[in-house]
Write a protein that binds this ligand. Sequence first.
Ligand SMILES: NC(=O)c1ccc[n+]([C@@H]2O[C@H](COP(=O)([O-])OP(=O)(O)OC[C@H]3O[C@@H](n4cnc5c(N)ncnc54)[C@H](OP(=O)(O)O)[C@@H]3O)[C@@H](O)[C@H]2O)c1
Length: 227
Amino acid sequence: MRPHVFVNAAISADGKLSTYERRQVKISGPGDFRRVDRLRAGADAVMVGIGTVLADDPSLTVKDPALVAAREAEGRDPHPVRVVVDSRGTLSTGAAVLHRGPGLRVVGVSEAAPAERRRALGEHATVIVAGRERVDLRLLLEGLHDLGVRRLMVEGGGTLIASFLTERLADELMVFVGNMVIGGATAPTLADGPGLSSSGPFVGLDLEKVSPCDEGVLIHWRVKKEG
Ligand SMILES: NC(=O)c1ccc[n+]([C@@H]2O[C@H](COP(=O)([O-])OP(=O)(O)OC[C@H]3O[C@@H](n4cnc5c(N)ncnc54)[C@H](OP(=O)(O)O)[C@@H]3O)[C@@H](O)[C@H]2O)c1
């Protein structure tokens, strides 16, 4: 059993998540910021890859106090479980995601993570070992499900999103497309990783909704189970 998984990201008009320096860029505006905060507040857990933690050091907390209060009124933790995917357990014990705001944290590592790193991270988070060299996302999702996670929001970056899509582990894809071009062949895109070959099958999407948001467009897709 795995949680329902939805991916959310903001990209430039040319499909970039950030710049070639891999620095966070403000792609969306206040309307999208509030939408993302609501999505987080509605999730049981929020996940990023270690690349995003290294680039942005996000806290992944819910920002709006009213949304935090609503979660608490329902008997939930103020913030969703924060999950970092980090095969070798390299996450700094000083990372914001481990310290800002109360609540459970999970670090998904592989068997390649040294014992002392697992121990150090275990002082701040629940460590789930999934996979031999790289984190096996399917196993990690099962582990999260066992912890009670039923709705998982995946926030990036491009390498992690690509794995979720190509391994058919994502159910929904929400993309805010901003009114700018970032460019750069090496700048992260929505779905990086090795990519699929021309023989496919590609990851098929069903269009759910398109709506204007801030100075851009929000596109909501459902991920086809096959093809
Ligand atoms: N615009 C947006 O909405 C948005 C959102 C988030 C991030 N970003 C940007 O995205 C960039 C970071 O993206 P990124 O691609 O470098 O990093 P990422 O996707 O956050 O993390 C990728 C890393 O996760 C680890 N990982 C472990 N198991 C994995 C698996 N099964 N599948 C995929 N990854 C796995 C790998 O490192 P190990 O093998 O070492 O574990 C991999 O290199 C930054 O520039 C950030 O600003 C933008």
